[in-house]
Design a protein around this ligand. Structure first.
Ligand code: HEC
Ligand code: HEC
Ligand code: HEC
Ligand code: HEC
Ligand code: HEC
Length: 266
């Protein structure tokens, strides 16, 4: 679940083009300014709903929603590294080995639907050793520093930033294009809104990849409801109550540090 997001970004819109210049002349000197200005304000960073065509019609709705695979099976660096790796071809080949089926239907898969699956780019990658040329969906400007393990390791779930990826694409949804699309605008205002009040999002560490998790499922919340400390069915109240406890237990940095320029522009 995620709560309503409001964009509290304090700079006016025209500043998009001017501010990177100011920032970078403070941080780095004039030589690096031109390329960053060109890429930094790129519409795609802020583009909610951005969903590029992908070389393979891979769907999260099928693999996560239907087959129940965990995010970390494929994005296996999210907990340890800054980036969340796109899975190597070998991960797919364990189920979609180049077989005799010219349609590319998964071999030996019980219950596979009988439609044609274009896995040609995956198999080409398998034989050539080159990665499948997926198009990046989320792309922050280089002057903003982001780190996955810093978030996932402190109880921020994938769903807070990427939405219901498990419902994106596939035969069992209304979405005709299978690829991932961008749910949040990834602006500085969006980052800061959570950095000011992470209790609105913190969850138990073992639930970070459970996109369907609700604080009302939590045992401590249930006990607090029985004790009369929380109202039954009040999801937002439950999140705040649990999130405030977790903030202390995880020793989340103070709001000043969380909002300081050098936390994200280093
Ligand atoms: C079977 C492997 C597999 C599993 C499991 C999987 N993914 Fe993916 N994921 C991919 C592939 C392949 C891509 C690249 C194609 C695309 O973007 O649609 C991708 C792309 C993404 C992207 C977009 C990356 C970008 O370019 O910005 C996000 C976000 C993402 N996955 C999140 C998740 C989350 C969250 C989960 C768990 C709920 C998950 N994935 C589970 C294979 C997987
Ligand atoms: C655990 C086994 C498994 C793994 C690993 C796996 N797949 Fe699949 N995949 C399946 C099954 C089973 C289906 C058919 C599901 C159905 O019938 O709805 C499928 C369907 C597909 C389809 C058809 C469209 C869709 O999603 O419904 C594509 C394309 C595909 N897989 C690509 C990939 C790619 C690319 C990877 C690696 C990133 C991958 N798969 C990893 C089991 C797997
Ligand atoms: C606090 C927000 C946040 C959380 C939580 C989060 N992501 Fe991301 N994710 C991002 C941002 C921002 C980017 C773009 C990073 C960039 O361009 O440098 C991204 C990019 C990605 C990518 C593309 C590869 C990359 O590293 O650029 C994948 C795949 C991905 N996320 C998967 C996941 C999965 C799986 C989870 C949960 C285990 C997760 N993310 C949790 C914000 C988040
Ligand atoms: C949904 C909440 C949420 C969102 C959205 C979010 N963050 Fe965070 N961020 C956190 C939490 C919680 C931490 C962990 C703080 C700690 O370890 O004390 C964190 C930590 C970080 C850190 C590591 C700080 C350090 O030095 O330990 C960086 C860097 C960071 N975030 C950058 C970003 C950027 C850039 C964005 C936007 C693209 C973003 N965050 C969006 C909640 C969030
Ligand atoms: C929580 C992370 C975070 C913190 C803290 C933060 N920024 Fe940012 N900042 C970002 C992100 C993310 C972007 C947008 C990157 C993009 O567009 O891809 C950004 C963009 C900018 C820009 C470019 C203008 C624009 O509209 O995109 C400037 C200038 C800037 N930040 C200055 C600052 C200053 C000054 C501070 C301290 C007062 C600060 N930032 C604190 C994450 C942060």
């Amino acid at each position: 679940m995620s709560y309503e997001q409001t964009d509290q970004f304090v700079f006016p819109k025209w500043a998009n083009y001017l501010l990177p210049v100011l920032l970078l002349s403070v941080l780095g000197g004039a030589a690096v300014v031109p390329p960053l200005v060109i890429y930094g304000g790129s519409a795609e960073t802020l583009n909610v709903g951005y969903q590029p065509d992908q070389p393979v019609p891979y769907s999260h709705a099928t693999h996560v929603g239907k087959l129940g695979m965990d995010c970390r099976t494929c994005h296996n660096t999210v907990e340890d590294a800054g980036f969340a790796a796109i899975p190597p071809t070998q991960t797919c080949i364990s189920c979609h080995a180049p077989g005799t089926d010219p349609q590319g239907l998964p071999t030996g898969m019980p219950g596979a639907h009988q439609k044609s699956i274009n896995l040609k780019p995956v198999w080409e990658s398998y034989f050539s050793g080159e990665p499948v040329p997926y198009v990046k969906v989320h792309d922050l400007a280089d002057y903003a520093y982001f780190n996955h393990s810093a978030h996932v390791g402190k109880g921020i779930g994938c769903v807070s930033c990427h939405g219901r990826v498990d419902k994106m694409g596939g035969a069992n949804t209304d979405d005709p294009i299978p690829g991932v699309y961008q749910v949040q605008n990834l602006s500085m205002g969006w980052c800061l809104e959570c950095h000011r009040a992470p209790e609105n999002h913190l969850r138990p560490l073992h639930k970070v990849t459970d996109l369907d998790w609700s604080p009302l499922d939590n045992d401590r919340v249930k006990a607090a409801i029985v004790a009369g400390d929380l109202d039954e069915g009040d999801e937002r109240g439950a999140q705040l109550w649990l999130g405030t406890k977790l903030k202390e237990e995880y020793e989340i940095n103070n709001p000043a540090y969380m909002q300081s320029c050098s936390t994200c522009h280093r």
